[in-house]
Every structure is written in structure tokens, then in C-alpha cells.
Design a protein around this ligand. Structure first.
Ligand code: PMM
Length: 266
């Protein structure tokens, strides 16, 4: 059964919910709500990766996320830490996080893989070709599905070389990261090939621009319900393609969609 990862962005500038949960108490309350709605994991992040975003100092990132991770883990929640910084990853694992979610696949911080190897946490490695400030500079592909698979395979090997067994790895195709509109759909079509690499798969499509493009919806708040419905559809399709987990903002809509798909499948 595909797990639902609920998004807890403790940031002023994430593209769909930036600033809403910057206060730790607001973030914790939001995460509790996601959990009550059916989230199996809570993904806590303190640095926006929206296209064009500038990096945040690890100290600032940790001030945002550590109180939230600690409170949720103490309540027994399965917490993941969304970070590209090794120091934040290790501090969050000490605070109770069980999964390090690195959208850069261990590329942004050369210490990340070794740091995680020394903990008992798992790691999600995202497909990534460069920082958000230059998000589309590397969006040049021949066969995007093949290239994403080859580059994730290389990250899997790098993790193994650092001492992280494949059973501790989750691979993520990095939807929206260094990929333009249609390149995201081609990447999603390649999910079965990514699954053949072995590790569990995590897929994050939630509210992303490539969905709005299909819906002909612009970026304002009114389009969020439409993006959430589109996210539920892509999450169901990801589940059918074998995803271990889907990362979403709107947990109830995706939870219902997954339940309906499960009923169909019997
Ligand atoms: N996308 C975002 C942030 N973190 N983590 C994983 N594993 N996969 C993703 O696709 C992903 C991520 C950007 O979305 P947000 O700003 O809405 O959180």
C-alpha cells in the first residue's frame, strides 16, 4: 500500500504554502492535522526549493525545523527531514527523524552521504542537476527517462560507497527539479524503469507547475483546489506504477483517491 507523506514546510517562501507555518507551533499544529487526516509520514523542511530560491544558512534552517521534528517524533510520528545540508540531517535524526529527504541526492553537500551512513536513518535521494537558483539551466535531455534512471543509479552507487545499503535508500525522480513541463510527464512514464533499480520510490508532484500547465490554471490561490485534484490523480497513477510513497500538501484528497483506486484493484 502506497504511503502518504504529508508536507510540512517551515519556510517563508515555499511556492504554495510559504509563510503559513513559519512559527513552530503553527507548523506542529499543521503536521498534527495532516497526521489525523491520514498522513503516514511527515516531511519537515526549512528551506524552499522553489525555482529561483536562494539558499538558507543551515543554522536558520535548523532553528526552523528542529523544534518541529522533535515535537512530532516525540508523539510517535514517522518524521522525515527535507534538507540538503548534512548538519541539519544529523541534527534532525538526533531529534527523532527516521528518513533524510535530500532533493539533491547527496550532491549539494559533499558530507551528506557519509553523515547519513553514520546514523540509522534511511535516505531519499532525489534526481537533481543543480540548485534552485539555476533550476532550468540543466534541463537539457535526450531521453529524459533514461537519463534520470542512469543519474539516480549513480547516486545509489555513491550512497553504497559511503556505507548506505540500498535497503536504506528511497529514490525520487525529482519532479520539477531541472525539468520543464513535458519532461516531467516523460519522467513519470519512466517510473517502472526507476523501480527496476531496486529501491523504494517516492514521487512528489503536489501542486507543481506542470500540473497547472495541463489545467491551464495560473498560479494564484484559487487554483490550489484544482492542483490538489490533479495531484490526487498523479498520486494514484504513481501508486499504480509502484511508488512506495507520494509527497502531498492536501492529504485527504489524495487519501480518498488512493482508497478508490485500491477498491478498483480489489
Ligand atoms: N519537492 C519539493 C520539496 N521537497 N522532496 C522530495 N523527496 N520530492 C519532491 O518532489 C520534493 C521534495 C518542492 O515542493 P514544495 O515546495 O511544495 O514542498
Amino acid at each position: 500500500m502506497t504511503l502518504i507523506m504529508g508536507i510540512v514546510n517551515v519556510t517563508p517562501d515555499s511556492f504554495s504554502d510559504g509563510g503559513r507555518y513559519l512559527d513552530p507551533d503553527a507548523a506542529i499544529a499543521h503536521a498534527r492535522r495532516l497526521r489525523a487526516e491520514g498522513a503516514d509520514l511527515l516531511d519537515v523542511g526549512g528551506e524552499s526549493t522553489r525555482p529561483g530560491a536562494e539558499r538558507v544558512a543551515p543554522r536558520v534552517e535548523q532553528e526552523r525545523v528542529l523544534p518541529v521534528v522533535e515535537a512530532l517524533a516525540a508523539e510517535g510520528a514517522y518524521v522525515s527531514i527535507d534538507t540538503m545540508n548534512a548538519s541539519t540531517a544529523t541534527a534532525a535524526v538526533r531529534a527523532g527523524a527516521r528518513l533524510v529527504n535530500d532533493v539533491s541526492g547527496g550532491l549539494a553537500d559533499p558530507d551528506m552521504l557519509v553523515a547519513v551512513a553514520g546514523t540509522d536513518a534511511d535516505i531519499a535521494l532525489g534526481h537533481w542537476r543543480g540548485p534552485s537558483s539555476e533550476m532550468y539551466a540543466h534541463a537539457e535531455y535526450g531521453d529524459v527517462g533514461r537519463e534520470v534512471a542512469a543519474e539516480l543509479s549513480a547516486r545509489l552507487q555513491a550512497a553504497a560507497a559511503a556505507g548506505i545499503a540500498p535497503s536504506r535508500v528511497v529514490l525520487d525522480p525529482g519532479i520539477g527539479f531541472g525539468k520543464r513541463g513535458d519532461q516531467n510527464w516523460a519522467t513519470l512514464r519512466a517510473l517502472p524503469a526507476l523501480g527496476a533499480l531496486g529501491p523504494r520510490l517516492l514521487v512528489g508532484t503536489s501542486r507543481k507547475r506542470f500540473l497547472a500547465d495541463v489545467l491551464d490554471a495560473d498560479g494564484d490561490e484559487l487554483t490550489l483546489p484544482r492542483r490538489d485534484l490533479a495531484t490526487a490523480v498523479t498520486s494514484v497513477l504513481a501508486a499504480r506504477a509502484g511508488a512506495w510513497a507520494v509527497r502531498v500538501h492536501d492529504v485527504p484528497t489524495t487519501r480518498d483517491a488512493l482508497a478508490v483506486a485500491r477498491a478498483w484493484e480489489g
